[in-house]
Design a protein around this ligand. Structure first.
Ligand code: PGA
Length: 249
């Protein structure tokens, strides 16, 4: 069956003091959690070492982004090889903020995903439609396009995780209803199958204003295999509640 994931995306938040208090609080409660789901955090890259040293060892750490190159004269970039070397488990690719604010497009994201998978990282490949696209009835076309182009040349692998994050639900407090999310996840799974992926075994996470009080309804849906969580992953108490829900899903 599919692995359930609960991943925190800290974006450009948390100072070192916050990182250390998060770890301290998490360590106190972690051993009491059942461990069925895989849980992890993607902090700012500079905080990866502190998390890796101070978090419970069975929590994953990951990057929020990686370069489309392995090495060379690319000032400011971080190679997926360096992320793997460091001992991180995963990288996000194609988060909507990368697509929208940094104009990252399908072909680039496809290169990044291929390279990161080649470095043996898990890739959380993010897709999602804008409000305009949903209201204009093009959600399915947009998601299909993002999957077809983004996964070109990538064959089925357990290292590939999809995160469906409707752009209108990210950081807005508006979550897709479980019904709406489930319908879209089922569609995403169907497209993955059409693309030759082992869709039944691919974890598809939901993201967009997931929090402790709406996570259960989402995780109860048959095609939702976990969460990618921004705001609600910043506080240890909330992240623990989310992991707890994932372990019980
Ligand atoms: P949010 O962010 O949970 O704060 O809406 C989710 C994400 O951007 O991955």
């Amino acid at each position: 069956m599919r692995t359930t994931y609960m991943l925190g995306n800290w974006k450009m938040n948390q100072g070192m003091q916050d990182v250390m208090s998060f770890c301290e609080e998490l360590n106190l409660a972690w051993n009491n959690l059942p461990k069925k789901a895989l849980c992890g955090i993607a902090p700012q890259a500079l905080h990866l070492p502190a998390l890796k040293t101070n978090l419970p060892k069975d929590l994953m750490v990951g990057a929020q982004n990686c370069s489309e190159h392995l090495q060379g004269a690319f000032t400011g970039e971080i190679s997926p090889a360096a992320i793997k070397d460091f001992g991180a488990d995963f990288t996000l690719v194609g988060h909507s903020e990368r697509r929208q604010l940094f104009h990252e497009q399908d072909r680039l994201l496809n290169t990044k995903a291929k390279l990161a998978l080649g470095c043996d990282l898990k890739v959380v490949f993010c897709i999602g439609e804008t409000l305009e696209e949903r209201e204009g009835g093009s959600t399915e076309a947009v998601l299909r396009h993002q999957l077809v182009e983004g996964l070109k040349g990538i064959s089925t692998t357990p290292k590939l995780i999809i995160a469906y994050e409707p752009v209108w639900a990210i950081g807005t407090g508006k979550t897709a209803t479980p019904e709406m999310a489930e319908e879209t996840h089922a569609f995403v799974r169907q497209v993955l199958a059409e693309l030759g992926h082992d869709a039944a075994s691919t974890s598809i996470l939901y993201g967009g204003s997931v929090k402790p009080d709406n996570v259960q309804g989402l995780l109860a849906c048959p095609n939702i295999d976990g969460g990618l969580v921004g705001g609600a992953s910043l506080k240890a108490k909330d992240f623990l509640a989310l992991c707890h829900a994932a372990n019980n899903a």
